[in-house]
Design a protein. Sequence first.
Length: 267
Amino acid sequence: MRLFKRLTTIASAFVLTAFYGAGAGAAPQALGLVATYGDVDLKCNGVECSADFTAFCLQQDRQSPVRGTGYFLVNGEIKLSAMTASGERVDIDAAQHLRMESRRKHLAVRLTLPQSMVAIEGATKVAVNISEGVVLLPETQAGDANPHTQAEVAVLGQQMRAIGTSIVDANPGSMVTARILGDVINGLPERGKSDDLLRQRLWDDAVGRRGGQTPANAIDRARGIYELCRWTAGRGTPNMRDCLETHHDGLMEFLNGQYWKAARPTI
């Protein structure tokens, strides 16, 4: 507890100095990419393989990224591996081959791999495993009025991200629900309708994957959102994926708020 309070105090002081005044024309927020606690398969379409991964903003006073903003890894580890038909795991250099782009402001990042890399390895599927403590920075743009400094990055990767890990990644309630929803989201088509058989299979797979370490109330909450979105798909939202993304992002906005309460000083 003392260590957490110390980290909070250091990070809070940094927020009020280095982050103050970051506005229009400045680099957008650094993001914390949330730990997956296991492999997440990328979905291939013949050209590339991709999936969306949960994120949160580490810098409230910088602007949220617009859709498609490129990011790169500066802290933590992202493992990328292909699995062959014989069950052999082949590691792929994530830094060299994985593209990272913001999807829904600061709440989701899409990781993409050219499918040609999967074919080269003779693999049947490819997966990503994100460790705790991952920090992503936006790619540098010409004319950036307030780029990230080395000192800023150092604090982000240590004090700030440590607070985020305890508040967000390891959250036993909302974050677990968000992971279940994320698993279902990644299996659904981005456009058009999905049939009940696909929806049910994705739900069963997600709960089966997370169920062993998931509190019952987190599963119940995810189930309630799943059923609501299944019923409203085509009525109030374009499709089920849009609905699930909205609820997923609502959970993450709440956790992001909790993170900022911990990271900022008490006034």
